[in-house]
Design a protein around this ligand. Sequence first.
Ligand code: LLP
Length: 423
Amino acid sequence: MTDKISFQDNRLFIEDIPATDLADKYGTPLYVYSANQIANNFRNLERAFGIIPHAKILYALKANSNPEVLRYISALGGGADTVSAGEIFLALRSGFRPASISLAGVGKTDHDIDFAVGRDIGTIIVESDEELTIVSQRAAALGRTARVSLRINPDVDARTHPHISTGLKENKFGINIDRAAETAKRAVKMKNVELIGIHSHIGSQLTEHAPFVEAAESIRKFVLGLKREGIRIRQIDVGGGIGVRYRNAIRHKLLPVETKEEQCIDLDSLAKAIKDKLSLPGCEILIEPGRYVVAESGVLLTRVLYRKESAERTFVVVDAGMNDMMRHALYSAYHQIVPAELKNSGFSPVDVVGPVCETTDAFAVQRDLPSLKRGNLVAILTVGAYGYSIASNYNSRPKPAEILVEKDYARVVRDRETLEDLI
Ligand code: LLP
């Protein structure tokens, strides 16, 4: 629930500021984030996982790597889950401590590895046998010992969108669980590598906790197996993937109720299940949520350019495109869309589309929405995760500005790009 983004007297507010004021001042399309929504979600995780002694939350930067958003999250006390030298660089610049940073990724370059070893980050999560050899070689060349974890692929179906499922044996991620013990044995013999952890990430936008529990069970067996071989593991990272609700983020009598049922993970039962499966002596537990921390904090404000009727459909063309927010184009993802000012207009089905020259450039298809016409401001909700972070300049469109709101204070945390930035 996005309780920091709400209607007051039929006007949409981000914390204490009307959406229309922000759009008038900073233009559209515009990403706006509520700082307190981020804090609330982070604290929900802290509270739920607080039942596990020494559990740590590493925020997955890929969800939203705006440097000021990162600074805000690092001040809340989290660590950082990164996938490139770029993300390590941003994490360090935003106040995350090196020891609280992990580096994952199936294709780390030598530069990524050198950067991680050189900055002495907490752990490098190794995803193949060959990568282990390279990490050891790079660490030796730098005269260092690299702490590593092994990402195992537990062959668990995360039951999410196939494009964001990562824990099946046909997926490219991690080391097949049947072979990983051999890799662990090699790792403990290496001079410039210290094996500290086991990692698994089975997918994103999980809406039930059973797949997590299944993966946790495999990890438990694996870690106990290693123990029997005399290999001690002191860190288990269960990855990210906690889903959020995209429908009915805001309910209001002048908005249609989004009927399709959406399941959601109950954090308390998830934390309890992980505690039950993975509380092993001397082993700390890590989670790497991205979406859960930031998704609900973000809205994309966009203005209606045209309304056009065709024989089959009514199109509402807005000034944001798939280059600004790609989730619908990539995964047919559902995001609630609301007018910034509600009137008692009734609802009718429309396609909300962007200006980009691609048929997939849409935000909603055949969606019941209140009447929208040229100049109206609308908000696409729950875009704080994987919104700006996967935006591009496709069609040579400058990227939008980003605004961080805290109560009644709004500040630009990234300038809108200009035409000059396209060169
Ligand atoms: N850890 C690892 C190793 C990951 O690969 C990911 C996400 C996370 C943590 C964070 O997952 P989260 O808690 O955010 O689900 N662009 C897609 C999502 C791709 C997720 C990639 N990996 C989307 O918009 O749904």
